[in-house]
Design a protein around this ligand. Structure first.
Ligand code: F6R
Length: 246
């Protein structure tokens, strides 16, 4: 694992954007693993001047809430459209979010939801896997929405969000109760199959989870520690997020 300490999130964003640009220059239809939340925003920001290069890029988001009304502005499909597809000029048809192929409601919805994970895995495989996977880390140590206890072999599936994660994400909603109880997320096994993992963490609130993920025991109690099983990982942190590293 390579740990890069940057002076601020913008510098981290620029560094990762450079890696993505280099990848896309080699492979114009590169497959990016997209994260939502705050951590990857500086990357998307820094990619804007390179939008022309990204026309053929494909994307697979890590996760999505289950149970939000269609088109809800905080659904990750909507967030990815607003922050990634729109500003970077990606082709919306080439960017997938787990569960984005579900029928709107009804009995079909439930059956289809149970199978959505498998369909997502098949779509990633058909794109011949993820070249570069962006990751953030939650205070619980989650990556994607793989909360403590998630199997290292897990694949895209429906999960229950922890109370901690629902509280952490309440800032994006008008009321804490509005945060969904469930999500559909790439599994740790899915994430580990990407060819390059890039984990971003900024701010002191991430220091403990980050240090545990990078240096602690490899354990499903700290899902982020799964990155230690991968041969190519870049961790990009500011001083505050790096402060608990030894
Ligand atoms: C988002 C995701 C989550 C976040 C994590 C950190 O798609 O999978 O694991 O990366 O919750 O969130 P931020 O970056 O908002 O602190």
């Amino acid at each position: 694992t390579e740990v890069v300490i940057v002076p601020n999130p913008a510098a981290g964003g620029a560094l990762v954007a450079d890696a993505i640009v280099a990848l896309v220059q080699r492979r114009p239809d590169a497959v990016l693993g997209l994260a939502t939340g705050s951590s990857p925003l500086p990357v998307y920001e820094a990619l804007r001047p390179h939008a022309a290069l990204l026309r053929d890029v494909r994307g697979f988001a890590l996760d999505e809430y289950v149970g939000l009304p269609a088109g809800h502005p905080q659904s990750y499909r909507a967030v990815i459209e607003r922050e990634v597809i729109g500003p970077l000029g990606l082709d919306p048809a080439r960017v997938r979010v787990p569960g984005d192929d579900l029928p709107a409601t009804g009995a079909d919805h439930e059956t289809s939801l149970a199978e959505a994970g498998e369909r997502y895995e098949a779509a990633i495989a058909a794109a011949r896997g993820v070249d570069l996977q962006l990751l953030g880390i939650g205070a619980t140590g989650h990556i994607g929405f793989n909360e403590p206890g998630s199997s290292f072999a897990s694949r895209t599936r429906v999960k229950t969000l922890t109370e901690q994660t629902r509280r952490d994400n309440a800032r994006f909603f008008t009321a804490p109760d509005e945060v969904p109880l469930h999500c559909i997320t790439q599994g740790l096994g899915t994430i580990l199959a990407a060819r390059h993992l890039v984990l971003l963490a900024f701010g002191a609130a991430k220091a403990e989870a980050l240090a545990a993920a990078v240096e602690g025991p490899v354990t499903s109690s700290l899902p982020g520690s799964a990155i230690q099983l991968h041969g190519r990982v870049t961790v990009v942190v500011d001083d505050a997020a790096a402060s608990a590293l030894r």
